[in-house]
Design a protein around this ligand. Sequence first.
Ligand code: SF4
Length: 433
Amino acid sequence: MKIYKIITFGCAMNRSDSERIAAVLEVAGYKKVKNGQSPDLLIFNACSVRQSAIDRIYGQMGKFAYLKKKNPEFKAIVTGCILPKDKKKFLNGFDLIFNIKDLDKLVGLLSKKRTFPLHIKQSYQTGIKYFKIKPKYQNKFSALIPISFGCNRFCAYCAVPYTRGLEINRSSKDIIKETKDLIIDGYKEINLLGQTVSSWKDPNKKNYKFVNLLKDIEKIPGKFWIRFHSPYVLDFNDELIDFLSKTKKINNYLNLPLQSGDDAILKKMNRKYTVNQYLKVLNSLKKKVEDFNFSTDIIIGFCGETKKQFQNTFKIFKKISPTMAYIAKYSVRPGTVAQKIFKDNVLLKIKKQRHKQLTNLLRKTGKENNQKEVNKILEVLVDTWLSKEKECLGKTRNFKTVRFKSNKDLCNKFVNVRIIKAREFELLGKLSK
Ligand code: SF4
């Protein structure tokens, strides 16, 4: 019996891919590695959003020769988001590089008759078979459901359209069936995933859009919450916002990436909205959706970002006051438009200073937002049990982290918690009846 190990980098989309890789291998008779075992198949599911994740994979390549010596059957495989430049270099150490869209062919690609290293250069599939693979869910109550694959937006700094290709949408029939099955199996949280999840459209039904999908999922009987990651601000219209203001199952939380608070930088990034358009959508959500909570993404030091332009981002950040933000220092991704036509000319020292300034502001906005929850009784879905501390961690419907003392493991349960204290990035509470 052969043993596999998967090392996953990057976002929820990659974690979802890894669940499908595990499923394909287990159907073919492979077993997941256990502590102390050495795998026959080592699979890296790569992320090219930051150079650091790719560098960590390069760092592992030196070990492959030793592992092969110990076990002549050993194979190292890399898939996921990989830029062409890295694919060439990976061939010096990996046995197989394949496109995640070709996952249904993986076991065939490992056949003994083949000569390695093998680089499967291009996928001609539409991605339909990828969606049909039933994943091996890694969590017993919170499931990841990819509803689309790839992206058509081509933001100047981003590698995704080159690594994953153009957007392919999964049918609503498939998505709803997977959701229903999960709810029957006792799942409490459904995470709909897509690079720009809100631009999803049913490939088989005309005029059936993302909001229609949400409405149909809402109708599935049972007590569960639905989250979706990551939306694009221009996909929000009145119909979607009105629905989000009425729903009881879809979370009143969004990660709504802003990236910059300066119109000239947004234009350079090829983000197709202005700061005012972003504010209009956000203000409408804040006004209409009860207890609305949001996080955002910001890129610091994008090509040529001046002090004034950063100050614009700082001002807007203060104005919108997110509870959480994913603040990244810009790093060049080879092959992207930004790499080809702009200069990465903001000094690292300046990027670090700006990052620190914005992070300090986030600590304030996070604390201020969390403070509003003190003395409220909030419903929490428990996801972690810390046996040593005798504490549970969970999330509110609007995605705030709550920590509270408990004598037992309450994972996978909805409980009520009275909030007694706010921290920058979490709430402390007491179990309530
Ligand atoms: S929307 Fe932009 S940042 Fe997001 S995946 Fe697509 S190209 Fe990348």
